[in-house]
Design a protein around this ligand. Sequence first.
Ligand code: NAP
Length: 286
Amino acid sequence: MSTTLALLHPGDMGAALGACLVAQGHRVVWVPTGRSPATRARAEASGLEAAASLPQALAAVHVVISVCPPHGALTLAEQVASHGFRGVYVDANAVAPDTARRIGATLGTGGNVHYVDGGIIGPPPQRPGTTRLYLAGAAASEVAELFGDGALDAIVLHGEPGTASALKMCYAAYTKGLTALLANIRALANHEGVAADLLAEWQRSQPEATSRSQAIESQARKAWRWHGEMDEIARTFQQAGLPGGFHEAAAEIYRRLEAFKDIPPPAALADIEAALLAGPHSGVAS
Ligand SMILES: NC(=O)c1ccc[n+]([C@@H]2O[C@H](COP(=O)([O-])OP(=O)(O)OC[C@H]3O[C@@H](n4cnc5c(N)ncnc54)[C@H](OP(=O)(O)O)[C@@H]3O)[C@@H](O)[C@H]2O)c1
């Protein structure tokens, strides 16, 4: 059955999710207020309809899906709650389980809002088999059904809201944490004058490490968004009584690369190393 949803906001991932929903016959609205021309272009290309304002969008929809930078997820939920939204609210962002539960509390779950915690793993979906949206919460099955048999695999987890976010934190702790660690190692090797020797040793004993350490070249443009995700992961470890320092450091590594946001990928590894070695918040990008 066709539903009207709001997609907040159509970034790379949000626009792709919106396109999946449109392909399933749903109507998807978005809110241009405060958003960049890039977001507008993605929304239009994905077949989303612009609403005049957030309150007007909320009045027209039964489901809201939040897909935004992790550091904006709680504020966005507060904005939606302040307009008295009634319906299903899906937070699909990379946040700590504790943040996910705070988002649920902000929305007043159990009353007018049915809160579903989500976590996305994989690239913006263009074809089946690449990307999963994990969902947890009483209305999770209802949300999963909206995506039908399209390009996004929606998977319902057994567990309270916070479960899907926990899975996303564990997954990204490894992938994005490793990307940050290897970038930092490359910068250190450069600083100490052993870069060529390290690559030669990796070639002998860790053949996958060189190419893995170059992942940062295509990912540096996302560093402005990833440091918030690393903060969320660090907190997730700490709240479990585990050391969170690995990902506090990863957050600092990505903070130092914030200046690569608007630089077309791939960035040069030499520029990335220079930004890391230049110190806190002083990205050097050419
Ligand atoms: N991209 C991926 O491959 C991927 C994979 C897995 C999960 N995800 C998850 O998807 C979420 C968003 O990723 P994305 O790739 O769509 O990001 P993105 O391409 O950077 O887009 C972010 C969107 O949110 C808007 N935005 C910027 N700052 C905001 C704020 N403070 N509060 C609310 N909205 C804000 C942006 O609008 P403007 O254009 O105006 O800045 C843009 O529309 C994240 O939680 C991420 O973990 C993404």
